[in-house]
Unconditional design. Structure first.
Length: 441
Protein backbone atom coordinates (compact mmCIF):
# COMPACT_ATOMS: atom_id res chain seq x y z
CA UNK A 1 0.00 0.00 0.00
CA UNK A 2 1.13 3.57 -0.53
CA UNK A 3 0.06 7.15 -0.02
CA UNK A 4 0.79 9.25 -3.10
CA UNK A 5 -1.26 12.34 -2.32
CA UNK A 6 0.25 15.66 -3.37
CA UNK A 7 1.61 17.74 -0.54
CA UNK A 8 2.15 14.83 1.86
CA UNK A 9 4.56 15.33 4.71
CA UNK A 10 6.09 13.37 7.58
CA UNK A 11 7.19 14.48 11.03
CA UNK A 12 9.13 12.59 13.71
CA UNK A 13 7.92 12.00 17.28
CA UNK A 14 9.68 15.03 18.74
CA UNK A 15 8.44 17.27 15.91
CA UNK A 16 11.90 18.67 15.11
CA UNK A 17 12.39 16.80 11.79
CA UNK A 18 10.05 17.01 8.79
CA UNK A 19 10.17 16.06 5.13
CA UNK A 20 7.95 16.01 2.04
CA UNK A 21 8.43 12.57 0.45
CA UNK A 22 7.26 11.68 -3.02
CA UNK A 23 5.22 8.89 -1.45
CA UNK A 24 4.75 7.12 1.86
CA UNK A 25 4.73 3.39 1.24
CA UNK A 26 3.31 0.84 3.69
CA UNK A 27 4.72 -2.59 2.82
CA UNK A 28 3.03 -5.65 4.27
CA UNK A 29 5.52 -8.22 3.04
CA UNK A 30 9.15 -8.57 2.06
CA UNK A 31 8.00 -8.81 -1.56
CA UNK A 32 6.44 -5.35 -1.17
CA UNK A 33 9.76 -3.96 0.09
CA UNK A 34 11.64 -5.51 -2.83
CA UNK A 35 9.17 -4.07 -5.31
CA UNK A 36 9.35 -0.58 -3.80
CA UNK A 37 13.16 -0.55 -3.80
CA UNK A 38 13.31 -1.74 -7.42
CA UNK A 39 10.69 0.77 -8.57
CA UNK A 40 12.62 3.55 -6.82
CA UNK A 41 15.80 2.40 -8.52
CA UNK A 42 14.16 2.45 -11.93
CA UNK A 43 12.90 5.97 -11.26
CA UNK A 44 16.23 7.18 -9.86
CA UNK A 45 14.63 7.93 -6.48
CA UNK A 46 15.97 7.39 -2.97
CA UNK A 47 14.36 5.21 -0.30
CA UNK A 48 14.24 5.75 3.47
CA UNK A 49 12.47 3.86 6.23
CA UNK A 50 10.87 4.87 9.51
CA UNK A 51 9.48 2.81 12.34
CA UNK A 52 8.23 4.79 15.33
CA UNK A 53 9.97 8.02 14.31
CA UNK A 54 11.80 8.24 17.64
CA UNK A 55 15.11 9.42 16.20
CA UNK A 56 15.81 13.10 16.81
CA UNK A 57 18.15 13.39 13.82
CA UNK A 58 17.28 13.65 10.12
CA UNK A 59 18.25 9.99 9.60
CA UNK A 60 14.85 9.03 8.09
CA UNK A 61 14.19 12.08 5.92
CA UNK A 62 13.83 11.91 2.14
CA UNK A 63 12.16 13.53 -0.83
CA UNK A 64 11.88 10.07 -2.42
CA UNK A 65 10.01 6.99 -1.23
CA UNK A 66 9.46 6.85 2.54
CA UNK A 67 8.61 3.42 3.94
CA UNK A 68 6.45 3.01 7.04
CA UNK A 69 6.86 -0.38 8.71
CA UNK A 70 3.69 -0.08 10.79
CA UNK A 71 2.01 -2.88 8.79
CA UNK A 72 5.09 -5.10 8.91
CA UNK A 73 5.55 -6.12 12.52
CA UNK A 74 4.80 -9.75 13.26
CA UNK A 75 6.71 -12.55 14.97
CA UNK A 76 7.64 -15.03 12.23
CA UNK A 77 9.19 -17.81 14.29
CA UNK A 78 9.99 -18.44 17.95
CA UNK A 79 11.95 -21.37 19.36
CA UNK A 80 11.77 -21.50 23.15
CA UNK A 81 14.42 -24.24 23.31
CA UNK A 82 17.08 -22.15 21.55
CA UNK A 83 15.71 -18.74 22.55
CA UNK A 84 15.91 -17.54 18.94
CA UNK A 85 13.04 -15.41 17.71
CA UNK A 86 12.65 -14.06 14.17
CA UNK A 87 10.50 -10.98 13.64
CA UNK A 88 9.51 -8.61 10.88
CA UNK A 89 11.53 -5.41 11.08
CA UNK A 90 8.66 -3.10 12.02
CA UNK A 91 7.61 -4.80 15.23
CA UNK A 92 7.65 -2.37 18.17
CA UNK A 93 9.74 -3.37 21.14
CA UNK A 94 6.79 -3.11 23.51
CA UNK A 95 4.70 -5.54 21.45
CA UNK A 96 7.65 -7.87 20.93
CA UNK A 97 8.42 -8.13 24.63
CA UNK A 98 4.81 -8.67 25.61
CA UNK A 99 4.56 -11.51 23.09
CA UNK A 100 7.92 -12.95 24.16
CA UNK A 101 6.65 -13.16 27.72
CA UNK A 102 3.71 -15.36 26.66
CA UNK A 103 6.33 -17.72 25.18
CA UNK A 104 8.45 -17.76 28.33
CA UNK A 105 11.17 -15.56 26.78
CA UNK A 106 12.63 -12.09 27.19
CA UNK A 107 15.24 -9.82 25.64
CA UNK A 108 18.27 -9.71 27.95
CA UNK A 109 18.43 -5.91 27.96
CA UNK A 110 16.27 -2.98 26.83
CA UNK A 111 16.43 0.77 26.71
CA UNK A 112 14.32 3.04 28.88
CA UNK A 113 11.54 3.33 26.30
CA UNK A 114 10.03 0.59 24.14
CA UNK A 115 8.16 2.54 21.47
CA UNK A 116 10.79 1.97 18.76
CA UNK A 117 10.71 -0.65 16.03
CA UNK A 118 13.30 -3.40 16.36
CA UNK A 119 14.99 -2.34 13.10
CA UNK A 120 15.17 1.30 14.11
CA UNK A 121 16.55 0.44 17.54
CA UNK A 122 19.38 -1.77 16.31
CA UNK A 123 20.20 0.44 13.31
CA UNK A 124 20.95 3.44 15.55
CA UNK A 125 22.89 1.49 18.22
CA UNK A 126 20.15 1.83 20.83
CA UNK A 127 21.17 0.29 24.15
CA UNK A 128 20.03 -0.22 27.71
CA UNK A 129 22.20 -0.37 30.78
CA UNK A 130 24.17 -3.15 32.46
CA UNK A 131 27.92 -3.49 32.56
CA UNK A 132 27.92 -7.13 31.36
CA UNK A 133 25.24 -6.57 28.70
CA UNK A 134 25.62 -5.12 25.21
CA UNK A 135 23.20 -2.95 23.31
CA UNK A 136 20.22 -4.29 21.38
CA UNK A 137 22.25 -4.92 18.21
CA UNK A 138 24.49 -7.30 20.16
CA UNK A 139 21.43 -9.52 20.69
CA UNK A 140 20.95 -9.99 16.92
CA UNK A 141 22.08 -13.36 15.50
CA UNK A 142 20.69 -13.16 11.94
CA UNK A 143 19.16 -10.64 9.53
CA UNK A 144 17.52 -10.29 6.14
CA UNK A 145 18.28 -7.08 4.22
CA UNK A 146 16.95 -5.71 0.95
CA UNK A 147 19.97 -4.19 -0.80
CA UNK A 148 20.05 -1.24 -3.19
CA UNK A 149 19.37 -3.39 -6.27
CA UNK A 150 16.37 -5.08 -4.64
CA UNK A 151 18.18 -8.33 -3.89
CA UNK A 152 17.58 -9.97 -0.51
CA UNK A 153 20.64 -10.84 1.56
CA UNK A 154 20.33 -13.46 4.30
CA UNK A 155 23.17 -13.12 6.77
CA UNK A 156 24.45 -14.50 10.06
CA UNK A 157 27.86 -15.44 11.48
CA UNK A 158 28.17 -18.37 9.02
CA UNK A 159 26.41 -17.13 5.88
CA UNK A 160 27.51 -13.74 4.53
CA UNK A 161 29.35 -13.08 7.82
CA UNK A 162 30.84 -9.79 6.61
CA UNK A 163 27.39 -8.40 5.84
CA UNK A 164 26.15 -9.56 9.22
CA UNK A 165 29.15 -8.09 11.00
CA UNK A 166 28.47 -4.62 9.60
CA UNK A 167 24.70 -4.56 9.21
CA UNK A 168 23.66 -4.97 12.84
CA UNK A 169 24.20 -1.21 13.26
CA UNK A 170 23.60 -0.03 9.72
CA UNK A 171 22.05 3.47 10.10
CA UNK A 172 19.72 2.55 7.24
CA UNK A 173 22.72 3.01 4.93
CA UNK A 174 23.10 -0.60 3.79
CA UNK A 175 19.54 -1.44 2.86
CA UNK A 176 16.06 -2.01 4.23
CA UNK A 177 16.12 -4.40 7.16
CA UNK A 178 13.37 -6.93 6.48
CA UNK A 179 13.68 -9.48 9.29
CA UNK A 180 15.73 -9.80 12.47
CA UNK A 181 16.53 -12.87 14.56
CA UNK A 182 17.18 -12.07 18.21
CA UNK A 183 18.85 -14.28 20.80
CA UNK A 184 16.44 -14.19 23.73
CA UNK A 185 16.74 -15.63 27.25
CA UNK A 186 14.24 -17.30 29.58
CA UNK A 187 11.75 -14.78 30.94
CA UNK A 188 12.96 -13.16 34.16
CA UNK A 189 11.85 -10.70 36.80
CA UNK A 190 13.76 -7.68 38.04
CA UNK A 191 13.94 -6.31 41.55
CA UNK A 192 13.97 -2.56 41.15
CA UNK A 193 15.11 -0.08 43.78
CA UNK A 194 14.70 3.61 42.95
CA UNK A 195 15.93 6.28 45.32
CA UNK A 196 17.50 9.75 45.39
CA UNK A 197 21.21 9.90 46.30
CA UNK A 198 23.70 12.72 46.76
CA UNK A 199 25.52 12.87 43.45
CA UNK A 200 29.00 13.48 44.93
CA UNK A 201 28.75 10.37 47.13
CA UNK A 202 27.41 8.37 44.21
CA UNK A 203 30.32 9.33 41.96
CA UNK A 204 32.86 8.51 44.68
CA UNK A 205 31.50 4.93 44.79
CA UNK A 206 30.53 4.66 41.13
CA UNK A 207 32.35 1.39 40.35
CA UNK A 208 30.63 -0.27 43.29
CA UNK A 209 27.22 0.73 41.95
CA UNK A 210 28.02 -0.31 38.39
CA UNK A 211 29.65 -3.66 39.17
CA UNK A 212 27.35 -4.54 42.07
CA UNK A 213 24.14 -4.49 40.04
CA UNK A 214 22.92 -6.25 36.92
CA UNK A 215 21.55 -2.98 35.56
CA UNK A 216 22.36 0.42 37.06
CA UNK A 217 21.56 3.94 35.90
CA UNK A 218 21.13 7.36 37.40
CA UNK A 219 19.88 10.84 36.55
CA UNK A 220 21.63 13.95 37.83
CA UNK A 221 19.13 16.75 38.48
CA UNK A 222 20.66 20.04 37.27
CA UNK A 223 20.84 22.92 39.78
CA UNK A 224 20.86 20.39 42.65
CA UNK A 225 23.33 18.05 44.33
CA UNK A 226 21.01 15.09 43.83
CA UNK A 227 20.78 12.11 41.51
CA UNK A 228 17.84 9.77 40.99
CA UNK A 229 19.20 6.22 40.99
CA UNK A 230 17.77 2.98 39.66
CA UNK A 231 19.26 -0.39 40.68
CA UNK A 232 17.86 -3.46 38.89
CA UNK A 233 18.78 -7.01 39.92
CA UNK A 234 17.60 -10.21 38.25
CA UNK A 235 15.66 -12.30 40.70
CA UNK A 236 13.83 -15.60 41.07
CA UNK A 237 11.33 -13.92 43.38
CA UNK A 238 7.72 -13.74 42.28
CA UNK A 239 6.28 -10.54 40.93
CA UNK A 240 5.49 -7.93 43.58
CA UNK A 241 4.68 -4.97 41.36
CA UNK A 242 3.61 -1.53 42.38
CA UNK A 243 -0.11 -1.08 42.83
CA UNK A 244 -1.99 0.49 39.96
CA UNK A 245 -2.15 3.72 41.94
CA UNK A 246 1.59 3.66 42.71
CA UNK A 247 2.39 2.99 39.05
CA UNK A 248 0.04 5.75 37.88
CA UNK A 249 1.37 8.17 40.50
CA UNK A 250 5.04 7.52 39.68
CA UNK A 251 5.06 6.89 35.91
CA UNK A 252 2.19 9.09 34.75
CA UNK A 253 1.31 11.70 37.34
CA UNK A 254 4.81 12.57 38.60
CA UNK A 255 7.15 11.56 35.74
CA UNK A 256 4.93 12.89 32.99
CA UNK A 257 2.06 15.15 34.08
CA UNK A 258 3.81 17.00 36.92
CA UNK A 259 7.18 16.96 35.19
CA UNK A 260 5.58 18.21 31.98
CA UNK A 261 3.98 21.06 33.91
CA UNK A 262 7.39 21.88 35.45
CA UNK A 263 8.95 21.99 31.98
CA UNK A 264 6.13 24.14 30.59
CA UNK A 265 6.37 26.62 33.45
CA UNK A 266 10.16 26.58 33.11
CA UNK A 267 9.95 27.42 29.41
CA UNK A 268 7.68 30.38 30.18
CA UNK A 269 9.73 31.48 33.22
CA UNK A 270 13.24 29.99 32.92
CA UNK A 271 14.36 31.73 36.12
CA UNK A 272 12.06 29.42 38.09
CA UNK A 273 13.73 26.21 36.88
CA UNK A 274 16.42 25.95 39.61
CA UNK A 275 13.77 26.32 42.32
CA UNK A 276 11.38 23.88 40.63
CA UNK A 277 14.19 21.35 40.06
CA UNK A 278 14.62 20.94 43.82
CA UNK A 279 11.20 19.28 43.90
CA UNK A 280 12.31 16.40 41.63
CA UNK A 281 14.44 14.40 44.12
CA UNK A 282 11.66 14.34 46.74
CA UNK A 283 10.09 11.11 45.49
CA UNK A 284 11.64 8.88 48.17
CA UNK A 285 12.66 5.22 47.94
CA UNK A 286 10.58 2.76 45.90
CA UNK A 287 11.16 -1.01 45.69
CA UNK A 288 9.25 -3.57 43.66
CA UNK A 289 9.60 -6.78 41.58
CA UNK A 290 8.12 -6.99 38.10
CA UNK A 291 8.60 -8.48 34.65
CA UNK A 292 11.87 -7.39 33.10
CA UNK A 293 10.43 -5.37 30.22
CA UNK A 294 8.09 -3.49 32.57
CA UNK A 295 11.03 -2.42 34.72
CA UNK A 296 13.42 -1.55 31.88
CA UNK A 297 11.05 0.76 29.98
CA UNK A 298 8.79 3.54 31.23
CA UNK A 299 6.18 5.78 29.59
CA UNK A 300 7.59 8.98 28.10
CA UNK A 301 4.75 11.39 27.38
CA UNK A 302 6.67 14.65 27.75
CA UNK A 303 8.29 15.47 24.41
CA UNK A 304 11.89 16.62 24.31
CA UNK A 305 15.06 16.90 22.23
CA UNK A 306 18.03 14.74 23.19
CA UNK A 307 21.74 14.31 22.61
CA UNK A 308 23.62 11.26 23.94
CA UNK A 309 27.29 10.31 23.86
CA UNK A 310 29.16 7.09 24.57
CA UNK A 311 32.53 7.57 26.24
CA UNK A 312 34.93 5.14 27.97
CA UNK A 313 33.45 4.00 31.26
CA UNK A 314 36.42 5.24 33.28
CA UNK A 315 35.78 8.82 32.10
CA UNK A 316 32.24 8.97 33.50
CA UNK A 317 32.73 10.85 36.76
CA UNK A 318 35.13 13.42 35.30
CA UNK A 319 32.93 14.09 32.28
CA UNK A 320 29.75 14.43 34.34
CA UNK A 321 31.44 16.80 36.78
CA UNK A 322 32.53 18.94 33.85
CA UNK A 323 28.92 19.09 32.65
CA UNK A 324 27.80 20.04 36.16
CA UNK A 325 30.39 22.80 36.24
CA UNK A 326 29.29 24.10 32.83
CA UNK A 327 25.63 24.22 33.87
CA UNK A 328 26.54 26.09 37.06
CA UNK A 329 28.78 28.59 35.27
CA UNK A 330 26.77 29.10 32.08
CA UNK A 331 23.66 30.59 33.60
CA UNK A 332 21.52 28.20 31.55
CA UNK A 333 18.38 26.87 33.24
CA UNK A 334 18.06 23.13 32.51
CA UNK A 335 14.81 21.42 33.49
CA UNK A 336 15.60 17.85 32.33
CA UNK A 337 17.80 15.48 34.38
CA UNK A 338 21.03 14.21 32.78
CA UNK A 339 20.85 10.44 32.24
CA UNK A 340 23.86 8.14 32.78
CA UNK A 341 24.03 4.44 31.80
CA UNK A 342 26.63 1.74 31.16
CA UNK A 343 27.11 -1.19 28.75
CA UNK A 344 29.60 -3.89 27.84
CA UNK A 345 31.80 -3.58 24.73
CA UNK A 346 30.91 -5.26 21.45
CA UNK A 347 32.57 -5.85 18.06
CA UNK A 348 30.05 -4.15 15.74
CA UNK A 349 31.81 -1.59 13.48
CA UNK A 350 29.47 1.38 14.01
CA UNK A 351 28.23 0.46 17.47
CA UNK A 352 28.84 3.25 19.95
CA UNK A 353 30.25 0.60 22.32
CA UNK A 354 32.66 -0.89 19.78
CA UNK A 355 35.76 -2.17 21.55
CA UNK A 356 35.27 -0.53 24.93
CA UNK A 357 33.12 -0.71 28.10
CA UNK A 358 31.00 2.39 27.73
CA UNK A 359 29.31 5.08 29.74
CA UNK A 360 26.41 6.87 28.08
CA UNK A 361 25.60 10.44 29.07
CA UNK A 362 22.38 11.90 27.68
CA UNK A 363 21.22 15.50 27.89
CA UNK A 364 17.71 16.70 27.09
CA UNK A 365 15.68 19.86 26.75
CA UNK A 366 11.94 20.35 26.65
CA UNK A 367 10.40 20.33 23.18
CA UNK A 368 10.58 23.77 21.58
CA UNK A 369 13.47 24.91 23.78
CA UNK A 370 16.68 26.27 22.26
CA UNK A 371 19.31 23.60 22.76
CA UNK A 372 22.33 24.55 20.66
CA UNK A 373 24.45 26.29 23.33
CA UNK A 374 23.88 23.49 25.86
CA UNK A 375 24.36 20.61 23.43
CA UNK A 376 27.42 22.12 21.76
CA UNK A 377 29.09 22.67 25.14
CA UNK A 378 28.39 19.09 26.21
CA UNK A 379 29.63 17.81 22.86
CA UNK A 380 32.89 19.71 23.32
CA UNK A 381 33.37 17.84 26.61
CA UNK A 382 32.53 14.48 25.03
CA UNK A 383 35.01 15.13 22.22
CA UNK A 384 37.83 15.09 24.76
CA UNK A 385 37.06 11.43 25.51
CA UNK A 386 36.60 10.23 21.93
CA UNK A 387 32.85 10.43 22.40
CA UNK A 388 30.59 8.66 19.93
CA UNK A 389 27.12 10.18 19.43
CA UNK A 390 24.01 8.05 19.40
CA UNK A 391 23.13 7.84 15.70
CA UNK A 392 19.49 8.70 16.30
CA UNK A 393 20.07 11.64 18.65
CA UNK A 394 21.14 15.21 17.99
CA UNK A 395 24.82 16.00 17.49
CA UNK A 396 27.06 18.19 15.34
CA UNK A 397 29.65 15.66 14.09
CA UNK A 398 30.67 14.91 10.51
CA UNK A 399 32.27 11.93 8.76
CA UNK A 400 35.63 13.65 9.12
CA UNK A 401 35.34 13.94 12.91
CA UNK A 402 33.72 10.54 13.41
CA UNK A 403 35.96 8.28 11.32
CA UNK A 404 38.91 8.30 13.78
CA UNK A 405 36.59 7.20 16.61
CA UNK A 406 35.61 3.90 14.96
CA UNK A 407 38.43 1.38 14.37
CA UNK A 408 36.41 -0.45 11.67
CA UNK A 409 35.09 2.63 9.88
CA UNK A 410 36.60 1.62 6.52
CA UNK A 411 35.20 -1.89 6.83
CA UNK A 412 31.69 -0.47 7.12
CA UNK A 413 32.26 1.89 4.21
CA UNK A 414 33.33 -1.02 2.01
CA UNK A 415 30.10 -2.84 2.85
CA UNK A 416 28.10 0.30 2.05
CA UNK A 417 29.68 0.46 -1.40
CA UNK A 418 28.89 -3.21 -1.95
CA UNK A 419 25.22 -3.17 -0.88
CA UNK A 420 24.27 0.36 -1.98
CA UNK A 421 26.73 1.55 -4.65
CA UNK A 422 24.23 4.05 -6.08
CA UNK A 423 23.37 5.67 -2.73
CA UNK A 424 19.76 4.49 -2.96
CA UNK A 425 19.42 4.69 0.86
CA UNK A 426 21.38 7.86 1.41
CA UNK A 427 20.15 11.29 2.46
CA UNK A 428 21.65 14.54 3.72
CA UNK A 429 22.18 13.20 7.25
CA UNK A 430 24.05 10.10 6.07
CA UNK A 431 26.08 12.19 3.64
CA UNK A 432 27.10 14.33 6.62
CA UNK A 433 27.95 11.59 9.12
CA UNK A 434 29.22 8.87 6.74
CA UNK A 435 30.13 10.87 3.66
CA UNK A 436 28.54 10.30 0.26
CA UNK A 437 28.74 6.87 -1.33
CA UNK A 438 31.79 6.71 -3.61
CA UNK A 439 31.35 3.90 -6.11
CA UNK A 440 34.53 1.86 -6.41
CA UNK A 441 36.19 3.98 -3.72
Amino acid sequence: MSDRRSGISWRNWAGNQTCAPEAIERPRSEADIVRIVREAGDAGRRVKVFGAGHSFTAIALTDGRLLSLDDYGQILHANKATGRVTVQAGIRLQKLNEELWTRGLAMPNLGDIAYQSIAGAISTSTHGTGVIFGGLAAQVVAMRIVAGDGSVVDCDSDHEPEVFHCARVGLGALGVVSAVTVQCVPAFNLRAVEAPERVDALLENLDEHIDGNDHFEFFWVPHTGWALTKWNQRTQNQEAPRSRWQEFYSDILMSNVAFGALCHVGRLRPSLIPRLSRMIPSSGRVEYVDRSYRVFASPRLVKFYEMEYAIPREACAEALNRIRHFVDESGLNISFPVEVRFTAPDDIPLSTANGRPSCYIAVHVYQGTHYQQYFEAVEDIMDDYGGRPHWGKLHFQTAETLAPRYPEWDRFQAMRRRLDPDGRFSNAYLDRVLGPVVAGG
